[in-house]
Design a protein around this ligand. Structure first.
Ligand code: ADP
Ligand code: MG
Length: 211
């Protein structure tokens, strides 16, 4: 099944020229790199796919749903059910352990946290022994692995990552990339990673290049 499809998609910020995107067709469980220089529109495209921004033109179909047809509240619940996001910076609450942070994020979206699933996820990400720690005591590489857990906690089918390796050194960058590709494969998730980080190029077979 095609999981993410765009046709003639464009977006215009009020003061800027229109950004026109190439047509995209990503099959379920595929991993793709969204490459392009800074300012080429990578974050804008991820925000369109996540239903955070509405296209100025063109059609956007995610998991057999035409997003153009959804109302804002429907978009919010569609995103909560289908999409997990990872960012350049990590967002955790300093006062809570990582375990409690993750419980909190699971419950924020109105779900009862599935602790069994969470424990398996932590185990698969190699972060179980860090889960009692608070965010300020962890390295950026460790925090970014918890961001993967956070993105997956409500069991979406799609993971979108925006410059996730920006603050990582070469070793952590390599580790992060291996982990996210491996976990998306074993959980049958569709992955789209937006980055201008050239270190990731060799790890992806499928690339969308923005100009
Ligand atoms: P990338 O993620 O590839 O660096 P962006 O999607 O952030 O690119 O930005 C694409 C273009 O849109 C850039 O020219 C940027 O300056 C512009 N842009 C991004 N966000 C806004 C905004 N909120 N208002 C106006 N212009 C924006
Ligand atoms: Mg960006």
């Amino acid at each position: 099944m095609v999981h993410i499809k765009t046709e003639n998609l464009s977006y215009k910020y009020p003061t800027e020229e229109s950004i026109n995107f190439p047509d995209i067709k990503i099959e379920e469980t595929e991993s793709w790199l969204l490459a392009g220089n800074s300012g080429s529109g990578k974050s804008t495209l991820l925000h369109l796919i996540a239903g955070i921004l509405t296209p100025t033109k063109g059609a956007l179909t995610i998991a057999n749903t035409l997003l153009n047809d959804l109302k804002p509240t429907e978009l919010d619940s569609f995103r909560a059910r289908n999409i997990g996001m990872i960012f350049q910076k990590t967002y955790f609450i300093d006062a809570l352990s990582m375990y409690k942070n993750l419980l909190y994020f699971a419950e924020l979206s109105g779900n009862k946290a599935d602790k069994e699933f969470m424990n398996k996820l932590f185990n698969d990400l190699g972060i179980t022994n860090l889960s009692h720690k608070k965010p300020t005591t962890l390295s950026s590489g460790e925090l970014q692995r918890f961001s993967i857990a956070r993105a997956m906690i409500n069991r979406p089918g799609i993971i979108l990552a925006d410059e996730p390796t920006f603050s990582l050194d070469d070793d952590n960058c390599k580790r992060f990339t291996e982990i996210i590709l491996g976990i998306c494969k074993s959980y049958n998730l569709t992955l789209l990673v937006a980055t201008h980080d050239a270190r990731l190029k060799k790890d992806f077979v499928n690339t969308i290049q923005l100009k």
